[in-house]
Design a binder for this molecule. Structure first.
Ligand SMILES: NC(=O)c1ccc[n+]([C@@H]2O[C@H](COP(=O)([O-])OP(=O)(O)OC[C@H]3O[C@@H](n4cnc5c(N)ncnc54)[C@H](OP(=O)(O)O)[C@@H]3O)[C@@H](O)[C@H]2O)c1
Length: 258
């Protein structure tokens, strides 16, 4: 675990430069693979999920509003991340898009704006951003799983107080049938998904696995009662082969629009 980590309730949190703390485990809600209202309610009510990752693009912000209301958990006890789209660039558009996301999610703040983040920013993008930004982003959300472990970027973010958040922690399911991961799962009496999620967390990465199935969400949340030995963490670290299961942001040229 990262040294700065501290615990509130059952899910540890990491402090952000904004002064807030982000739960290290969240629930992904990407549009790929569908959305289940019952699974989200179950995650909040029964699995201790207090961090939900969404985006305007996923099209489920309004559905999440219903699930959050039904869960009975108060807004102040939830960490909600949403993401704007490229077309929302510029101050006024960004503000409008934030307000619209708040409305769809049924919340007054995300917020508007308690912590800010970027996604798919590589070192080159963050270096360019640094030239023009007043506030360094508090979080950078990037693909992270055993086959995609961009350690140089993780180190860069850490050195600048940017928390690294990893998406696709199960490599969209690809990691779950990988023989060495299955072998480690057997060794620890856990499932391949739990091994992947626990490995991310032990590497100090905030992680947001998605499932539309209550029983899998429950499984994915049971990762705080065991630890992977250091030599096995190294085995998992060694599986990096650079493959992307989402997309490769290295070809994106980033411009500051003024
Ligand atoms: N910022 C970005 O550009 C970006 C890009 C991609 C993703 N994300 C975020 O990251 C989240 C996670 O990424 P992801 O959803 O693409 O991939 P993922 O979490 O790595 O994998 C999700 C897949 O694994 C399956 N799964 C989940 N738990 C399982 C388990 N215990 N056993 C077996 N299968 C399991 C799910 O199927 P079932 O639903 O059938 O269980 C789904 O097909 C997204 O939902 C989104 O919030 C962000």
């Amino acid at each position: 675990m990262a040294a700065a980590e501290r615990t509130e309730g059952s899910c540890p949190v990491l402090p952000l430069a904004s002064g807030r703390s982000i739960p290290v485990l969240g629930l992904g809600t990407s549009h790929r693979g569908g959305y289940s209202h019952d699974a989200v309610v179950y995650a909040i009510q029964n699995c201790g999920i207090r961090h939900i990752d969404t985006a305007k693009r996923y099209g489920c912000e309004s559905l999440l509003q219903k699930a959050i209301k039904e869960s009975g958990v108060k807004r102040e006890d939830l960490w909600l991340t949403t993401k704007l789209w490229h077309s929302d660039y510029g101050y006024e558009n960004t503000k409008k898009a934030c307000l619209e996301s708040c409305e769809r999610l049924g919340v007054e703040y995300l917020g508007l704006c308690r912590s800010i983040g970027v996604s798919n920013f590589l070192i080159s993008h963050l270096e360019q951003l640094k030239e023009d930004c007043v506030i360094t982003p508090h979080v950078n959300q990037v693909e992270y799983h055993p086959f995609q472990r961009p350690q140089e970027l993780v180190d860069y973010c850490r050195s600048r107080d940017i928390v690294f958040e990893g998406y696709c922690p199960l490599a969209k399911g690809e990691a779950l049938t990988y023989p060495s991961i299955i072998q480690l799962a057997k060794k620890y009496g856990r499932t391949p998904a739990q091994i992947c999620i626990r490995w991310s967390i032990q590497n100090g990465i905030v992680t947001i696995p998605k499932s539309t199935k209550a029983e899998r969400i429950e499984e994915n949340c049971k990762v705080f009662d065991f630890a992977i030995a250091e030599d096995d963490v190294e085995v998992l670290n060694g599986m990096h082969d650079g493959r992307h299961v989402s997309w490769d942001p290295s070809l994106v040229v980033f411009y500051i629009l003024i």
